[in-house]
Design a protein around this ligand. Structure first.
Ligand SMILES: [Cu+2]
Length: 278
């Protein structure tokens, strides 16, 4: 009987091993940049990851402590009977312990207050409208079932003019420059998620929400919808291209505009359905 507790111990040890290992393996936890496995590629990403690590350490220590207590208690207080089959130890009953309850309410409450205060600066920098960078908007992104409709300002730098570039599921910006988009939804709730940059923002019908992010490495990354928005939620994916230089970006923009001008889509004034489905 007593040795059942060792089986529980084995499960606990396996769990502890898994979460100690997970942050150091780029495939187990949050997606990382392949060339620098333990770092993310954006300014906010590093802050978000350090918050994740702090919370992992707090929950990890708590988990290890409670598992040790659990295994010890099930080993120490195992149900034993003597030669005549009578219990060796008599169970005692008591009703509550105010001191214990005060202690295990105050400790988690103060940990939560600590986390709430500690993350405030990061939250403000990422989410507060007052922290939005004073830069020209990169694009207007409208989520709809089931695609991301992107509208870039085009050569005149102004949105909602005749030279706007319309694309679907294709986000481009420049390395090392803060990109600002305006996020909308034309039907239900969606969530704009850049996993490698640790950015996630709900797209809410009726709201026009500024979202900003950067990347310090050029490359191709993911855009995903992180809010279950209907049967086609799974295919609501986009491509993110981070260009090495502004010149590369301008080059791409020019080619995209040329392509739009020769296609019939431009003639009817905007994207009709999926222009470049994945
Ligand atoms: Cu969606």
């Amino acid at each position: 009987m007593r040795y059942w507790s060792l089986l529980f111990a084995l499960a606990a040890i396996f769990c502890i091993g898994a979460f100690v290992y997970a942050p150091f393996n780029p495939d187990w936890w949050l997606p990382n940049s392949p060339s620098e496995p333990y770092h993310t590629i954006s300014t906010f990403g590093r802050e978000i990851d350090s918050l994740f690590i702090i919370i992992l350490v707090i929950t990890g220590i708590t988990f290890i402590g409670t598992q040790i207590a659990l295994v010890w208690a099930s080993f120490r207080f195992v149900d034993q009977t003597d030669a005549e089959g009578r219990p060796v130890r008599k169970a005692t009953y008591f009703h509550g312990s105010q001191r214990l309850e005060v202690v295990w309410t105050i400790i988690p409450a103060s940990i939560l207050v600590f986390i709430a205060l500690y993350q405030m600066g990061t939250w403000a920098a990422i989410k507060f409208r007052s922290s939005a960078p004073k830069v020209q908007a990169l694009a207007e992104v409208t989520a709809r079932q089931f695609q991301w409709v992107m509208r870039y300002p085009g050569p005149d730098g102004r949105l909602n003019t005749a030279d706007d570039l319309h694309l679907v599921n294709d986000l481009h910006f420049v390395k090392g420059k803060t990109a600002l988009i305006y996020l909308k939804s034309s039907d239900v709730l969606h969530s704009f998620f850049l996993p490698q940059m640790r950015i996630k923002q709900d797209a809410v019908p009726g709201l026009n929400i500024p979202v900003w992010f950067d990347s310090d490495r050029a490359g191709s990354y993911d855009l995903a919808c992180a809010e279950l928005c209907g049967w086609g939620h799974y295919k609501m994916r986009g491509n993110v291209t981070v260009h090495e230089t502004q010149a590369d970006f301008d080059d791409w923009m020019q080619r995209a505009i040329d392509a739009q001008n020769v296609s019939q889509l431009a003639a009817v004034g905007g994207p009709q359905g999926e222009v470049n489905p994945r």
